[in-house]
Write a protein that binds this ligand. Structure first.
Ligand code: FAD
Length: 294
């Protein structure tokens, strides 16, 4: 087995072009499980874990660019204001996994249960891909094309993911069989966008890939408008409207029955996660309004 260890992105992309059979390895927390269980036997590895270009976090105005090789532990430390992403990162595996595992690897695997992915979807993130000859940027939904299927070409690497920071409360939550070290049975990210007066919701583990819930999003934004909550953060949203939002989010799921849970349970979990997430967001806004008034 060949093992390539480039020291720059340029060198890595040249190796990628010359040896498309070499499988990129970042933290190895997905890939080595596959190898150890005998499900994959790569002829060659391309170690991208030491490339400084992939380990950068950059902010320019409202834009955030997260290098694909940044591990979760750094996301938690260095991007605490990206609340939903930091929360999702905190739920990944154990401290060891969070020290090695990267958001780029979560994208590379493209599992519908990848915890960073609903957050990137709710952030309307883009995925930056580079080959030795070109760079392209895809919307998250054009990158995640199916269950563990992505639009990555054999000569490309995921370089970064980037998004425009939405101002407003956001959260990530998931349901599993225990509180830690668990693959989500259902996961949800909700992000309010105060400037656009929008509500964004993305779901994980309840469809072939990450799903947004557009009908629920339009409904929630409309209700906030109706009760005047976009201009008055203290305004109350009726309980029935929050429950209806949960139903609409649940209806957007396309779950299957599997070893982790039934489709019916997953739908129910989506409704619970959605009503909680919207309630938390509204509570946060009300608390901020009260603090501003005091
Ligand atoms: C014990 C344990 C617990 C876990 N818990 C969770 C959890 O709670 N939530 C969760 O979402 N995941 C979990 N995982 C899965 C895993 O940790 C994550 O998916 C992590 O984000 C993978 O990142 P990595 O850097 O280790 O990827 P790797 O294993 O190195 O790579 C994964 C895939 O992506 C490709 N790849 C990686 N980086 C790039 C790149 N820059 N360009 C192109 N292709 C690339 C690789 O070729 C490979 O196919 C867990 C894994 C273990 C072993």
């Amino acid at each position: 087995m060949q093992f390539f260890r480039p020291s720059s992105l340029r060198e890595a992309l040249e190796i990628r072009a010359a040896h498309p059979e070499a499988v990129p390895i970042a933290g190895g927390t997905d890939l080595m499980v596959e190898v150890n269980f005998g499900r994959r036997r790569p002829e060659a590895f391309l170690d991208i874990s030491r490339l400084p270009e992939l380990r950068e976090i950059r902010r320019e105005g409202p834009n955030v660019r997260l290098g694909s090789g940044v591990p979760y532990a750094r996301v938690i430390r260095e991007l605490p204001d990206q609340v939903a992403l930091a929360q999702a990162s905190r739920t990944v595996g154990s401290p060891q996994i969070r020290t090695r595992g990267t958001v780029g690897g979560n994208l590379g695997t493209g599992s519908p249960a990848g915890d960073a992915l609903p957050v990137l979807a709710a952030y309307d993130a883009r995925v930056v891909l580079r080959s030795s000859t070109a760079t392209r940027t895809l919307a998250w939904r054009d990158f995640l094309v199916g269950p563990k299927r992505t639009a990555l070409a054999p000569d490309e690497l995921i370089v970064a993911t980037e998004w425009e920071r939405a101002v407003g409360p956001g959260s990530f939550s998931k349901v599993g069989t225990r509180n830690a070290m668990v693959i989500a049975i259902a996961g949800l990210c909700l992000q309010l966008d105060e400037a656009a007066r929008g509500v964004r919701v993305a779901l994980g583990s309840v469809g072939p890939t990450i799903l947004r819930a557009p009908e629920a999003e339009t409904f929630a934004a409309g209700i906030l408008d109706e009760v005047g909550a976009w201009s008055d953060r203290g305004a109350r949203v009726p309980e029935e409207a929050i429950a209806r939002f949960g139903e609409l989010v649940s209806a957007a799921a396309r779950p299957i029955d599997d070893v982790r849970g039934t489709g019916a349970y997953r739908r129910h979990a989506c409704a619970v996660l959605a009503t909680r997430a919207l309630t938390w967001a509204l509570d946060d806004r009300r608390a901020a309004a009260m603090e501003a008034a005091s």
